[in-house]
Ligand binder design. Structure first.
Ligand code: HEM
Length: 495
């Protein structure tokens, strides 16, 4: 039986048998437990837009046995994000992350561990970020120099072909690994990176299923593959690596304080960071590179900006000389940053999840509130905001300078005539916001600086446009459905 109820000028339709007064409309699936999960998983953005049209800005969906209330109006986001105490993110991540990465849940068995882990995140920012950015620059340069800048005799000035995703992944994987975990004794690079990369890709393919808490034994060889990856970080291996980041050094010190953590558990924590540092950064770099290469006018503006910033700050570079671009200079690259933000807007589909810690009335704005039950999930889905034509004109189009205005960063975007506090949210929000966000933006900038400074770039002809694979909706930056081929050659005229 269905009842029609009016809640603050909105008409809601829901089954009266299980909803309390004032609760948002409930959308149930046909299949109990799985609920709307299948439809949601196919194309979350479309699914949510369809329901928003029918039910308004706030509605509850039964997904995989859970009740999730979606708040669709971005003007309401600030009110949700500030409810840190009643709406907790970590209850969710504390359950899902150990299951996915294979370490024991961080419970009372390890007093203080959760807090220490959180404290270590500060080392990804502030002064820690300066050192990380410097180290990343050196490692990116090393990989570029040895793998891509050397030309064999007879090859001078000739085009090479590659796949954009594969190119980004290979370079970033190794440079990030070296930057975070350090290098082996008596060598500048680790051997066996190829095998590790292959295992990482296989694990990453299963990542959405693990996050959905599908038992790992149902996923073929995934358990063995994850174990290989974890074993790489066993303490006796890591102890001989030098130049580790302060972030990873601090985490190792923290883990060593707990006798109850086995070596394998410590290694699994380190592996989780490897995934966190690459899982979204690689696709984000792919999209920025792809959009720039497929918009040559934008690419030229960004390339010119890099040259101008280097020249005015007295940084010289040539093909035979390594270039260093400090964090301070990276901050001046306005068009590059705007291109990255625009690519994140078009490719990010993360879901911000909060779990209600008690029954309470969630104040949506000065007039509206909805009752929330303990254990309910409140979800924000910023992709709907990122693709809202009222906020972003022609939302499906890549406009490299969308986040600039009068040679400054543009930060004013509007909905219903009101300025939005949150208009771009690829990194989550509030207390669960990604601690690696500044590092991520810097490394994407560094990668693209090297690429644009050293190479002419073209898409190979005869390919269809890259499209997003929505099967990771809710989990971060979407991957492309297929890789895209490109051509590159060393630039002769370098300014
Ligand atoms: C473009 C690249 C990146 C994107 C889009 C991204 C996005 C995110 C998001 C959305 C979350 C929050 C999860 C949630 O609220 O559900 C998160 C968490 C996290 N990210 Fe990133 N991330 C990126 C790069 C990085 C990098 C380079 C690191 C470096 C180590 C990193 C480390 C982390 C960690 C440790 C967490 C967990 C924080 C916690 O448990 O509170 N991320 N990331």
């Amino acid at each position: 039986m269905f009842t029609v109820m009016g809640v603050n000028n909105q008409t809601f339709l829901f089954s009266s048998s299980c909803r309390r007064d004032g609760e948002p409309p409930l959308i149930k699936g046909w299949i109990p437990i799985i609920g709307k999960a299948l439809e949601f998983g196919k194309d979350a953005h479309k699914f949510l837009e369809k329901h928003k049209e029918k039910y308004g800005d706030v509605f509850t969906v039964q997904i995989a046995g859970k009740y999730m209330t979606f708040i669709m109006d971005p003007l309401l986001y600030p009110n949700i994000i500030k409810h840190g105490r009643q709406l907790d993110f970590h209850e969710f991540s504390n359950r899902v992350a150990p299951f996915t990465f294979g370490y024991p849940p961080v419970t009372g068995k390890y007093p203080g561990l959760r807090e220490e882990i959180r404290r270590s995140f500060h080392l990804l920012q502030g002064d820690g970020l300066i050192a990380l950015t410097e180290s990343m620059m050196g490692n990116l340069m090393l990989v570029f120099r040895q793998d891509h800048l050397a030309e064999r005799p007879g090859e001078e000035g000739s085009w090479k072909s590659g796949n954009i995703y594969q190119f980004c992944f290979t370079v970033l994987f190794e440079a990030t690994f070296l930057t975070l975990y350090g290098k082996p004794p008596a060598a500048r690079r680790h051997s066996g990176m190829g095998v590790l990369r292959e295992d990482f890709i296989k694990f990453d393919k299963m990542f959405p299923l693990l996050i959905a808490q599908i038992p790992i034994w149902l996923l073929g060889r995934t358990k063995a593959i994850r174990e290989n990856l974890i074993r790489c970080f066993l303490p006796h291996r890591m102890s001989i690596w030098s130049n580790k980041s302060q972030f990873i050094r601090r985490r190792s010190e923290v883990f060593d304080q707990y006798d109850t953590l086995r070596d394998f558990d410590k290694a699994a924590h380190h592996f989780a960071i490897l995934w966190a540092s690459l899982g979204n950064t690689v696709p984000a770099t792919f999209w920025t590179m792809y959009y720039l290469v497929s918009h040559p006018e934008a690419l030229e503006v960004v390339r010119q900006e890099i040259h101008d910033v280097l020249r005015t700050n007295g940084v010289e570079f040539s093909r035979d000389r390594d270039v260093t671009i400090s964090r301070e200079l990276l901050d001046k690259l306005l068009y590059l940053e705007s291109s990255i933000n625009e690519s994140l807007r078009l490719s990010s589909a993360s879901m911000n999840i909060r779990v209600a810690q008690e029954d309470f009335d969630l104040q949506l704005d000065s007039e509206r509130s909805v009752p929330v039950r303990k254990g309910d999930i409140i979800a924000l889905y910023p992709q709907s905001m990122h693709l809202d034509p009222e906020i972003y004109e022609e939302p499906q189009t890549f406009q490299f300078d969308r986040y600039t205005q009068d040679s400054k960063k543009k930060t004013d975007f509007y909905k219903d005539g009101e300025k939005l506090k949150y208009y771009l949210m690829p990194f989550g929000s509030g207390s669960s916001k990604c601690p690696g966000r500044y590092f991520a933006i810097n490394e994407i900038k560094q990668f693209l600086c090297l690429l644009l400074l050293y190479f002419d770039l073209q898409l190979e002809e005869g390919q269809t446009r890259a499209t997003v694979d929505s099967s990771r909706a809710g989990l971060g930056i979407l991957l492309p459905t297929t890789d895209i081929r490109f051509r590159y050659r060393l630039r002769v005229n370098q300014d």
